[in-house]
Design a binder for this molecule. Sequence first.
Ligand code: ADP
Length: 354
Amino acid sequence: MSLSFLNVSHAYDDTAVLSELNLSIDANQITCLLGPSGSGKSTLLRLAAGLENVQAGRIELGGELLASAEINPPPEARPVGLMFQDNALFPNMSVAENIAFGIQAASNVSRQARVSELLDMIGLSGYAERYPHQLSGGQQQRITLARSIAAEPQVLLMDEPYASIDVTLRGSLREAARLTLKANGMTSVLVTHDPYEAMEMADVIAVLDHGRIMQIGTPQQLFEQPAAVEVAQLFGAAQTIKVQASAGGVESEYGRVQIDWYPQAKLDNACCAVVRPEGLTMSPDPHGALRITDLRFVGEAWLAHLLPQDATAGAQPLRALAAHPLEFELGDSVSLNANPSGFYIFDKGHEINE
Ligand code: ADP
């Protein structure tokens, strides 16, 4: 079922966190709320879960009122599943009992059927009688997910569920979780500050910054067509540089680059560019404005650090990718070309926020 936040405002004491926010979360999709710490992601989730009272605006589930300033059902009265970072399994209950915990009302037979269906789905069918202490951290996490969706909630709310999990385990857990959620057609909302977690998990990403939705779209749309500096900065080792317009391109402390994929009016208004290493191509040029000050092999390509010839100590190098096999050496002079897949211009009015 779709979940909608309509003109939702929220303040803690006198500090406004959300201001007339509108966000629509599609049914049967995994939507990630992505943004830096303090941007209001958990507050949104807590409002939907009933862990925080709605102060202004309304939240709808499948087009029906879920909560407003007047009506705030407690969490247990909402058809909502929760999965938070510290959602431990009950240590004194078996795996099957843990999963069945939320479906007490159903008959014994249907409860058992649901438990085995879920255990199959998460690839742990032989584990029903084990206890949490007999399981690895990753297995426990998969069972926590199964427990959260066992009662077939209309929406599953997840707040950084993998934050306390070993980094090496996170990738496979996310993959398993995505497959399980998709197999159940579960409308899911995942809060994360990790852009790569969002990309791996999400059908749709909503980027939050200071309580505002900066952009909402597929991972590919956000990556390839970032609508705001804050969005462009999230992905791909981005750097933000100050630029000024110059006919058919922009100038920066790293020299001039020609740009033909933005109209001149956009270039005239340019104030900064968010640049990914793959958005720059180096050419050997004895009179080039830049010098290679570091070179590292990063798998399939090389990452070069570039500084102006007359750079002062402590200057910030620009990062550019070079193809393998490498046709450059440390200390070479180069000139730069920019390309559309990783060189994004933003207008005046955008502050540089590195
Ligand atoms: P995020 O999930 O994006 O990290 P939160 O929604 O947790 O952001 O918090 C948004 C802002 O509200 C932060 O500045 C945070 O310090 C503040 N905040 C969150 N919860 C409370 C609370 N219970 N009391 C006071 N301030 C809070």
